[in-house]
Each structure stands twice: as C-alpha cells, then as structure tokens.
Design a protein around this ligand. Structure first.
Ligand code: WQD
Length: 343
C-alpha cells in the first residue's frame, strides 16, 4: 500500500520538486497549498512528469478545521513535510506580523493536527538563515543559532524550537529539521521551476530574468568583501538534489525505532561566489549577462557554506548535480516561462 505523505506548500518551488521526488520514490504525496505563492498549473506539470496526479487541497494551513478534514480522509499518514511559509527576507522586514502570524501559526496548526492523529515522521523545512552572520564560513549543525537578522529568519528559529519541544513530549512524533542553503535551478524536464512573484529577491532567478530581457541588468551587491573576488560566497544546491534529500530524511526517520528530533544541513559543501555564478551561467548557457557592481545589500552574510558530512553519514545523501547543471536547468526553465507568457 502506498505511503501517504502530506506536503504543505507542495505546489511551491521546493515543494513541487519534493512531490515529484516522493512520487518517483513510490510514496503518495498529498498537497495542501493555498496557492498564495504558486500557480495551479504546476499540478498539471507534476502529473506530466510523474504520471500521477497528487490530491490537492487549496487550504490555508492556519485553518485547523479544514486541515484536520484533509488528514481525516486518510486511514494512515506515513509522514508530513511542512514547507508552507512566506519566505521573502526583505518583505518580512517591512511586514513582520504577516510572517510571524503565517509562518508560526501554520506550523502550530499543522503540527497539532498531525500530533493528534499520531503521525510519526515529521520533516520541517528550515534554513541556513538561522546561523546568521558566521565567523567561520563552513558551518556544521552544531554552529550556534544566532539572533535572527530578519523576521523571516526569526520565524525559522522559532519554528525549529516549536518542532523540538512538541516532539519531546509526543508519544508518536519523530522529526528532522532540514536547514537548506541556497536552492537553485529547476527540474531537468523544464516543466517545473522557480516562479518568483514580482522582482526576484534571489540571485539566480534575477540572473535568468536578466538573460531573458525581463530585467535590464543584474546588480552585484558589493565586490569589496573579504573573499577571493570580493563578492559574497554561498552554497548553491540543485533543487532536485534538495528534493531527494527529503525522501532520504523520511526513510531515515522511519528506520529509527527511537523517537528523535535531529537537524541536518542540506548543502553541497562547496562555496561559490556571485561572480563565479555569473561566469558559470554565461558559460554553460553560451550568453553574455548585463551586470554592474553596486553597493552592498544590508544584512548580507559575507560567506557561508555547509559542512555537509552529517547529511551524507546520517541520510546517505549527497548532491548529484553540479552548480553548472542547476544554472543550465534554470535557464531552460526560464525560457519556457517566456513561451507561456507569449501565449
Ligand atoms: C545570494 C547572493 C546577494 C541578488 C536566500 C534566502 C534565505 C535562504 C538562503 C531560504 C548574495 C547576491 C542577490 C541580486 C546579488 N533561503 N545577489 N544581486 O541572501 O543567500 O539567502 O537563500 O530560506 O532565506 O534569502 O540568497 O540569492 O538573495 O543572494 O548580488 O540581485 O547573491 O548579495 O550575496 P541569500 P540570494
């Protein structure tokens, strides 16, 4: 019998790629998403890729009655992966209450419904943002979680604590907190990918839209950092690799007799600078990008990348794609959006 996995935010960027990975691994994903930051046609694309159309419930995760009705449709639920959250760092600074209300409220509601029904395997979507500004750029999971640099980051820190304290007193729950570094790219079929709303905050979608001519030019936020080429360094990870890590995390949780709450960094273990990303994007896609060097962006960490050994040792997971593959797939996906827009 297929194992049911409830995926909140399952129509979103990382969520949709994870639904594909779950389906490919033989699970039966069930999506809860209010489509505030996702397109309905993504579900058609998931079906096109996997051959299976997931059940989808267009519900706000803060609506306990409706969320409970979804869970009660299934006799046994194997696991829950919680993505549903607002995630724009800049927006969170200008609208903190939206972020605290939604990100914390949604988690509390979904966790309560799951715990009441004895759902065992809980995977929470967290972020390397919780590390804040790091002194040593290579971070392990033991690196101290610092005071958040944004309300968004603060909700991730708070939500990690909520999962930890809830699991500690649960008779059924076992949990893992996955701290993503920088997810980039799109599915190799170019059927699903990142769909930023408005002006992209993140580097790679902005690069892709600049290459397409939607943006006039990319601004590199500072080249006077203490790094080899002066630009920030990050750990960029292909979104398909990130999605597969969630399948590995579920397998790990279900293999453990003992109930636990563990933390795992999901990164490649390598750092790449902004200028290196630009150069790779140009090379792998055979194009020239229009960019200029501008002022630093407030709040940017100079450099951070994962010590990814725990993911390898605990989950048996490592990245299969290179950054270049992600940049190639990002561009192939971006070009399809252009075709869709012109329809
Ligand atoms: C990367 C680098 C910018 C845009 C994000 C999320 C965070 C977490 C990790 C989810 C930085 C530079 C960017 C541009 C630029 N994800 N840049 N020009 O800031 O590392 O964090 O991913 O939880 O929440 O915010 O990613 O892509 O915004 O920036 O020069 O137009 O690219 O300065 O050095 P970041 P990013």
């Amino acid at each position: 019998m297929n194992k049911i996995v409830v995926v909140t935010g399952g129509a979103g960027y990382i969520g949709s790629h994870t639904v594909v990975a779950l389906s490919d691994a033989g699970y039966t994903p069930v999506i809860i998403d209010d489509f505030r930051n996702a397109q309905p046609w993504i579900i058609d694309r998931i079906e096109q890729i996997t051959g299976h159309r997931p059940a989808v419930f267009d519900i706000d995760c803060q609506d306990e009655v409706k969320v409970a009705k979804v869970f009660d449709q299934y006799e046994t639920i194997f696991g829950l992966i919680h993505f549903a959250a607002d995630k724009a760092v800049g927006e969170s600074v200008n609208n903190p209450l939206k972020y605290y209300q939604n990100n914390i409220g949604s988690l509390c509601t979904v966790l309560k419904v799951a715990e009441e029904r004895g759902v065992r395997n809980i995977v929470f979507s967290s972020s390397c943002t919780v590390y804040g500004a790091v002194s040593d750029p290579v971070v392990t999971e033991n690196h101290p979680v610092k005071a958040a640099m944004s309300p968004y980051g603060d909700t991730k820190i708070t939500c990690e604590k909520i999962v930890r304290f809830t699991q500690a007193v649960s008779d059924s729950m076992t949990a893992i907190l996955l701290r993503y570094f920088n997810p980039i790219g799109a599915h190799p079929t170019a059927l699903i990918g990142e769909l930023p709303q408005g002006i992209p905050n993140n580097l790679v979608p902005y690069i892709a839209q600049t290459a397409k001519g939607v943006r006039e030019k990319l601004t590199v936020f500072g080249n006077d950092y203490n790094t080899p080429d002066g630009t920030n360094i990050r750990d960029y990870i292909h979104v398909v690799d990130l999605a597969k890590a969630h399948v590995s995390a579920l397998a790990y949780l279900s293999s453990k007799e003992k109930q636990i709450c563990d933390i795992v960094n999901l990164g490649s273990g390598h750092g790449t600078s902004v200028l290196e990303i630009i150069e790779s994007f140009e090379k792998v896609n055979d194009l020239k990008l229009n960019y200029e060097i501008g002022p630093r962006r407030p709040g940017d960490v100079e450099q951070i990348y994962a010590d990814a050994s725990k993911a390898k040792n605990l989950l048996g997971w490592t990245c299969e794609y290179e950054v270049e593959d992600a940049l190639k797939h990002a561009w192939e996906w971006e070009k399809t959006i252009e075709k869709m827009e012109t329809k």
